[in-house]
Ligand binder design. Structure first.
Ligand code: NAP
Length: 256
């Protein structure tokens, strides 16, 4: 029996086998959880089916653009029908228009700012609102963030501002949902080579800087994010909510 045996959940953000969401889904599955997967559009459908069906041919895999309330409502309606109640949600979704991740932050357009915040921060609020009624015996909502929320990381630009919003949303959601035994936390991951990460200018340089400066002298591996998310989902984290947990080899403590 795993520590998540008997728990059911919904995973947002698997694009391919390198996705952080896939590493976390594998860890949750190995710990005994039953999961529903979502994908954004037809482009990713086959990828996500191939991966998710390794958990069983009957795994529920649903389309969901997190900017559409009706998509989110439909996902949780179907998850409710399949499982009755749920106790886990993973939010591992972010997007900003490419041009906003290349130039100066001061040049960010109103539209790029809106889109980045809608997809990367507001979606957590919309997802938590629909998930909460199904979390009848409490639950754990985990979102992925990055250090660019609190310090300037050149070129991370509007995504850093959206992550700051995501982290603040986590705290307000934790306050609202705490009385219902629903915990909401962020994992702040060091850089991992994924599709989204490759959209950030200078990403490979970032990997080298972390390796050189982080106390552990290496980058984080996806399995470690899976292990942290499993802890946050488990009863071992029953008194932890509204937090940002750094899984970054210790990089966040450094001043220089
Ligand atoms: P990833 O594999 O590209 O995952 C990002 C996911 O977000 C993709 O599945 C993407 O789908 C999805 N997404 C974007 N817009 C969406 C929308 N409107 N509706 C639904 N899904 C949408 O990259 P990742 O690195 O694993 O990113 C996962 C999370 O970890 C993100 O929140 C990211 O900011 C965070 N994070 C990543 C790192 C890193 O270094 N990789 C570090 C810290 C935090 P599409 O491909 O269709 O857009």
């Amino acid at each position: 029996m795993g520590i998540l045996t008997g728990k059911c959940g919904v995973v947002f953000g698997v694009a391919n086998k390198r996705s952080i969401a896939w590493a976390i889904a594998q860890a949750w599955h190995q710990a005994g959880a039953r999961l529903v997967f979502t994908y954004q559009g037809e482009r990713l459908k086959d990828n996500v089916h191939q991966l998710a069906e390794t958990f069983g041919a009957d795994t529920l895999i649903l389309p969901c653009d997190v900017t559409r309330d009706e998509d989110i409502q439909s996902v949780f309606a179907q998850a409710g029908q399949a499982f009755g109640s749920i106790s886990l949600v993973l939010h591992s979704v972010a997007f900003a228009p490419r041009e906003a991740l290349e130039g100066d932050f001061v040049s960010t357009s109103r539209e790029a700012f809106r889109v980045a915040h809608d997809v990367s921060a507001y979606s957590l609020v919309a997802i938590a609102r629909e998930a909460a009624p199904l979390m009848t015996d409490g639950g754990s909502i985990v979102a992925m963030t990055y250090y660019g929320a609190e310090k300037v990381v050149p070129k991370y630009n509007v995504m850093g501002v959206a992550k700051a919003s995501l982290e603040a949303c986590t705290r307000y959601l934790a306050y609202d949902l705490g009385p219902r035994k629903i915990r909401v936390n962020c994992i702040s991951a060091g850089p991992v080579n994924t599709l989204a990460a490759r959209g950030i200018a200078g990403f490979s340089e970032m990997l080298k800087i972390y390796e050189a400066r982080a106390p552990l002298k290496r980058n984080v591996v996806p399995e470690e994010l899976g292990a942290t998310a499993t802890f946050l989902a488990s009863d071992g984290a029953a008194a932890i909510t509204g937090q940002v947990l750094y899984v970054d080899g210790g990089y966040q403590i450094m001043g220089m």
